[in-house]
Structures are given as C-alpha cells and as structure tokens.
Design a protein around this ligand. Structure first.
Ligand SMILES: NC(=O)c1ccc[n+]([C@@H]2O[C@H](COP(=O)([O-])OP(=O)(O)OC[C@H]3O[C@@H](n4cnc5c(N)ncnc54)[C@H](OP(=O)(O)O)[C@@H]3O)[C@@H](O)[C@H]2O)c1
Length: 275
C-alpha cells in the first residue's frame, strides 16, 4: 500500500497543466514560442505577449487557439493594462511565465549608450519580472493551484563579461526568485526557476560574433526539460548541463569567468576592425 500512497501525494503536488491557463511573456520567439507549442500539446489554454505585432500575428496564425496581447514588460502602464485585459477575459489564469528577455553585448567603456539605454535589460529582464509578479500575484493567490515561473540563466551563476548588464539582471532574477519562493511557501502559488544554458533562439541574432553552435542546446529539448520539471514539481527547471555549470562555478569560478572574458576580448577586437 505504501508506494500507492506516495504516488497519490506526488500527483496532488504536481501542476495540472491540461486545466491551466498560462500567460507567457515574450511568447513569440525562441523559448517562449516553444513553450507555446509544447504547453498547447499538454492541453493548456495559452496567452502570449510581445512587443512586435507582426510576431504576435504570426504566432496566432501558427497556433490559432492562442490568445495574443501586445505588451512591453519594460513599461509599467502596459503591465497594468495587460492585467486588466487578461484577468477580465481569462479570470481562470493560474500560471505566469516571466520569459521575455533581452541580451546585448555591451562594452562598459562605450559612451554612445545613454543612461536609459544602458538600463534596457534591467527594465525588461529584471524590473519587468518583478513588476509582472507584483501585478499578478494577488490574482494568483485567489486560485486553488497556481504557479510563477521566472526564467533566469546559467549566467546567473557566473558573470559573462561580454554581456555585463544581462549578467547582473539574471543573477538578480535568481536571487529574487529564491526570496519569492520562501515568501510564498505557505500559499497555493508555487515558484519555479527555469535556468537555461545557451539555447538556439533569436536572442543573440544581432551579435557581431555568434555563439559556438556546439555549445548551444536545442530549444525543444530545453523546453521539454522545463515542462517535465513543472509536472514533477521540481523547483529548478534546468537541464543536466546547468547542474555541471553550477558545480563548476563553485569549484573553479575563475576558469569560467576567464573563458567568457576571452570572448569579450575577441568581440572588442572585431568591433575595432569594423570602425
Ligand atoms: N537563448 C539563450 O541562450 C538563453 C539562455 C538563458 C536564458 N535565456 C532566457 O530565455 C528567455 C527567452 O529568450 P529567448 O532565447 O527565447 O530569446 P528570443 O528568441 O529573442 O525571444 C525573446 C522574446 O521576448 C520578447 N520580448 C523582448 N523584449 C520584450 C519586452 N520588453 N516586452 C515583452 N516581450 C519582450 C520578444 O518579442 P518582441 O521582441 O516582439 O517583444 C520575444 O518574443 C529570456 O529571458 C532569456 O534571457 C535564453
């Protein structure tokens, strides 16, 4: 009888994705779009956001059952409007996935970026995540079973010098998510952190030097791991290689930092050649 009992407890704890309504920020490309694909297969009701209307329309064309909203997570007034529209039309909303993100190569000695521009990743990756949670949490707390998934990165555990602002935002998203999980531990809202390694998406499309494709994970595999983690109620939705990276950042932190910094030196040289 004991194994059966354990099995029932596990099922009670895992997310019922089929009967969930899920809001995914940045659901028109890469990891977000793949989440749309695989969560649709699970039978979930999906709502996606993004800034670009053509990309939202293309997503709707590809997945006609998906609901799209043009909304920029870096703009608090967009978040307020999104909350009003989504909770009015979909009061059953019970899962929020904070996926929208940007990653730029930035030379901190580059004076051409003004003060607002230097902060762009902070506004999207970090403030956007915090403000979305703040806006939607009271609603999620009214649901019998709810979840928040924040997307951080392997870079949260090892600063990547070519993308210093991005690195700062992802370390902060990680820290914020740990605190959020603790504060919500006695509620019906579970908190997950999706921690991708390098993944083949459009995130680095405009980089002067493209990442080594052999180091990048296929997006369908990353998202499959994340969905399995959600179903199995794992706090960290991460592939095996992130476990290795996290261990290496504790054992040999300087090797990883220097590996990333060699990329920065190459990129700086390429930029100089192009000027
Ligand atoms: N790919 C990787 O190697 C990797 C690794 C670790 C973590 N991640 C994280 O995974 C998440 C998804 O990235 P991805 O790789 O799938 O990138 P992607 O292919 O570039 O997709 C990014 C998505 O976010 C949306 N977006 C960007 N800025 C936004 C804003 N201000 N408001 C609303 N939507 C916005 C984009 O649509 P619009 O441009 O139309 O708004 C797009 O739908 C990000 O948080 C990223 O940091 C990615």
């Amino acid at each position: 009888m004991k194994p059966l009992h354990l099995c029932i407890i596990k099922n009670d704890r895992s997310m019922d994705l089929k009967n969930s309504t899920i809001l995914i920020t940045g659901g028109t490309s890469g990891i977000g779009l793949e989440l749309v694909k695989q969560l649709t297969r699970q039978g979930a009701n999906i709502i996606v956001t993004g800034r670009n209307l053509d990309a939202l329309n293309a997503t709707k064309k590809q997945f006609p059952k998906v609901h799209t909203f043009q909304s920029d997570v870096s703009k608090p007034q967009d978040i307020e409007q999104l909350f009003k529209d989504v909770t009015y039309q979909f009061p059953q909303l019970n899962i929020l996935i904070n996926n929208a993100g940007q990653m730029r190569l930035i030379d901190l000695q580059d004076t051409s970026l003004d003060l607002e521009d230097i902060n762009r990743e902070v506004a999207t990756n970090l403030s956007g995540t915090i403000q979305m949670v703040h806006q939607f949490l009271p609603h999620l707390l009214t649901k019998k079973s709810a979840a928040i998934v924040n997307v951080s990165s392997g870079i949260a555990f090892m600063s990547y010098s070519p993308a210093p602002i991005y690195s700062a935002t992802k370390a902060a998203v990680h820290a914020y998510t740990l605190a959020l999980r603790l504060q919500l531990e006695d509620t019906n809202v579970k908190v997950f952190e999706m921690i991708p390694p390098g993944v083949k998406t459009n995130l680095q499309n405009d980089w002067i030097q493209q990442p080594n494709p052999r180091m990048m994970m296929e997006v369908d595999k990353m998202v499959a791991v994340a969905i399995q983690g959600l179903i199995k109620d794992k706090k960290d939705l991460q592939p095996f290689r992130i476990g290795i990276i996290r261990m290496a950042t504790r054992l040999v932190p300087h090797i990883l930092l220097n590996f990333g910094h060699r990329e920065f030196k190459k990129i700086k040289k390429l930029n100089k050649q192009q000027q």
